[in-house]
Design a protein around this ligand. Sequence first.
Ligand code: FAD
Length: 444
Amino acid sequence: MMIRSSTVKRLHLLYGASPSLGSKRRITISSAHRANQTSEESLVVVGGGAAGVYGAIRAKSVSPNLRVLVVEKGKPLSKVKISGGGRCNVTNGHCLEHKVLAEHYPRGKREFQGPFFVMHGPADTMSWFMDHGVNLKTEDDGRVFPVSNSSSSIIDCLMLEADRIGGKVVTGACTANDGKFLVKIEKRTVGFLQNVEADYLLIASGSSQQGYDLATQLGHSIVNPVPSLFTFKIVDKNLAELSGVTFPKVKAKLKPDNAQKNIPEFTQAFVFPSVFLWIRMLLVDFILDIHIEDAKGILLQHKIKFAKQKVINSFPPEFGLVKRFWKYLLDREGIDGETFWASISNNSLISLCSLLKNCSFNVTGKGQFKDEFVTAGGVLLSEISLQTMESKITPRLFFAGEVLNVDGETGGFNFQNAWSGGYIAGTSIGKQAAGVFQKANVAY
Ligand SMILES: Cc1cc2nc3c(=O)[nH]c(=O)nc-3n(C[C@H](O)[C@H](O)[C@H](O)COP(=O)(O)OP(=O)(O)OC[C@H]3O[C@@H](n4cnc5c(N)ncnc54)[C@H](O)[C@@H]3O)c2cc1C
């Protein structure tokens, strides 16, 4: 019922859908659906996240007669919604050169030295959204956000483009058979599509186990998925005030419950309230390039020079802090912001230095989000062509986004992987469907 000849120009999104490989590996096409099929080719996208929706839109725009169905088991673009503290850090505007950009992917660094980001990089992503009516801004640290400061702008744009239809709930199974993908979708609610035949399958299922299972059953190897980036739960109500404050360079030490010899250290962008792996205590050096003795000197100088100013209103620019974080430090030290610098004891200055150099946060558990921010692991990159995102194992099978063994640093790099992969996959599928695709030397 979803892909009717009368609606072939539309792109369909099914909500609540969850296709996975069935045990029988044989699927039937419902007669109602068959009867309405035309000779045009069809694409099923597993996953209505950033990569899936962007890829589907691209495929449909390259090949308008391609029948496109996006199957989503939950709410489409739900991670876009919560990303970047609700603002959606779409991409990174300081890493436009593809080799520089590739360095920001702990997994993918080597493979992304190739044409992946040349075909669709941050500048292309920004142009795409701007051309589709979303005004973007690049913040000082390179993170790109909608001017509205709301992820809804991105979602509305994509959903408008996708020309979505109403929410549905389906589960299903999918396999490749005689060069076609036969997708069985079990009925969960009345009036639902049960079976779909697809010429192209794009798996953009993020870090979902079902997506990995699907890939495995279609011949792919999975690198064991592990959390690469997630939030810590730190009970400190004053941290809420710091939401969105970013430090481009800090050193973070993670202390486990039981003393470990090699405590890992990280120097990366640091976004409140998110950080890195495991652990019971987090120790952060916020002024990495300033020695503690120099920091004390800076504070003492400031005290002398600004003796008649209130501490909340004046703080050393050398530390590169924002006022909200300075206030946080004062509160932690129990210093009233209305106090004049002249009245601040030298002991308090030393304590402030210690906080800047070795600020401790007690970690009480994993963050509030069920899902990891980013999962490392997934489909082996060597098994797909990054020029087309097509499987080297199963023709007409494509992958994009976090389902791949890729993970990026914070700063918009993970979405960029999703946009690039989705776009390239969509282009390849669209071109194949339109019959103008040439296997080699494709000009994008
Ligand atoms: C809290 C949070 C904040 C983040 N902030 C940022 C940020 O600001 N910038 C950034 O670059 N990155 C950010 N990320 C990471 C970013 O969201 C992901 O890298 C990105 O969403 C990956 O896109 P994707 O389309 O590959 O996967 P997803 O967005 O995870 O989409 C996959 C979709 O597939 C669906 N699905 C899975 N299995 C099935 C199935 N069997 N059938 C049907 N549907 C299925 C899922 O329900 C999901 O909607 C954030 C992540 C989180 C969790």
